[in-house]
Design a protein around this ligand. Sequence first.
Ligand SMILES: NC(=O)c1ccc[n+]([C@@H]2O[C@H](COP(=O)([O-])OP(=O)(O)OC[C@H]3O[C@@H](n4cnc5c(N)ncnc54)[C@H](O)[C@@H]3O)[C@@H](O)[C@H]2O)c1
Length: 483
Amino acid sequence: MDGPELWKQKRNGWIPDLSVIGMGRVGLVTALSFAAKGHRVLGVDLDYRMVAKLRKGQAPFFEPGLHELLTKALDSGNLEVSEAYDERLLPARIHFICVDTGSADGAAIDLTNLRSALRDLSPYVRPDAVVALRSTVPPGTTEAARRLLSKNGVGPSVTCNPEFLREGSAVEDFFNPDRVVLGVTTEEAREALLALYLDFPGTKMVCHPRTAEMVKYTSNALLAVNISFVNEIAGICEKVGADVRIVSRALRLDHRFGPHAYVEAGLGFGGSCLPKDIAALALVAKLVQQPTRLLVAARQANDAQRQGVIDRLLDRLGDLDGRVIGIIGLAFKPNTDDVRNAPGLEIAQGLIRLGAWVKVYDPLDEHETFRHPPYEVARDIYEAADGADALVLANSWDGLGGVQMERIRSLMRRPLVIDGRNVFDPRAMREKGFEYIALGVGDERQPLPYGSFDKTFAEPGELILPRSSWDGLDSMDKDGFAA
Ligand SMILES: NC(=O)c1ccc[n+]([C@@H]2O[C@H](COP(=O)([O-])OP(=O)(O)OC[C@H]3O[C@@H](n4cnc5c(N)ncnc54)[C@H](O)[C@@H]3O)[C@@H](O)[C@H]2O)c1
């Protein structure tokens, strides 16, 4: 009797057709979504506390719709979870690898977990199975994984099937992908994955694994560049009395960019993916001697957005030592409790270094992700505002518009608000007595800092920028390589 038969006998016929290795933000959504589609999924994660929680039906992090999906998967019997690799994995025809591939500081590639996951999985993968890398990996990783899993030239088909879900709408995105990218080298893998995704919408793209790996990096890099670009535009808007919110809306109405274009000004990108993936792509580019000026600039511009908030606070409040600053919204974007590389958290850390007393509030605090000293965790937005010299709005959420701003105003020591999400109407906030700074929203009543063009029109002529105006660009690292 071979492994699967033995296992089948032992487990009264519960046979997984899929396995998911790494049940984090990508893996759990992948496992639950395929379970909802009727597959029997065995999820493996070394984090035994998280596995115990999952068995009890508790989602380890917040994501809209995830809890319901978990309940459904457990009730239907389509999901089993395990903290160990063992023979229960043997019958699965497709194994999805969803482990984290970032370094500890979230800045570059770290394939340690991927390598150990593949090694641990290796004894339980049948030669006719498909291993699909869903983790984001540099070009060449899928081929290396295939070699690692092969014995004497025989082994499973290893493919790259990158995930594009957005935290905050991960479940929705999983069921409605814009495209499904399949980086495959065998006909068996191609057929198996096309059959698996048959009833998913979105274009199915079949390509070489290296191209699939590049698709994922390129997608995240472009999102990052877009965000940094619009944040630079926001800086200009603010100074010339224009409104970046309208500029962004106009871009979205342009079919060349589209209604979902990532062109919202704010505190910059965060999360586990964009910072890590542009750093990783810059590193890959460096290895092949290809300049990446835009990636480097996107990262620098992103850091400047965080520093910009601290500079504004220094500008308004002077010394920040002993100042009380409330940070509202710590997660890196709405509808998630993920604080990896979150702007609010990075700004809080910068302020603490300057001696400020930081109070934080986030509505998803119930998940305890935010309970990292040394800042004070407020129970609500009013507690965060109480006695504050300034509030920084670093994230938004449904219901934020219903907050009693007059009450906030009366609680604050100084009614200074920096709105990093452009949630409120600047005019209404100023009428309520706030010193309100909206990123990228200037005051069109103010004279332009460089004077008017009246003279130019009176005496027609060219507006010539002195050569020195380009100094900023010239001073950029010539090769554009990441340091
Ligand atoms: N978070 C996103 O929005 C997103 C979107 C698309 C792609 N990705 C990519 O997907 C991958 C996973 O990201 P994530 O956000 O889900 O990470 P995560 O940190 O939330 O989850 C990773 C999980 O893998 C587990 N793990 C680590 N090593 C393991 C091993 N050897 N065996 C079994 N389990 C192991 C960890 O315990 C953890 O639960 C990364 O490569 C990431 O770049 C993430």
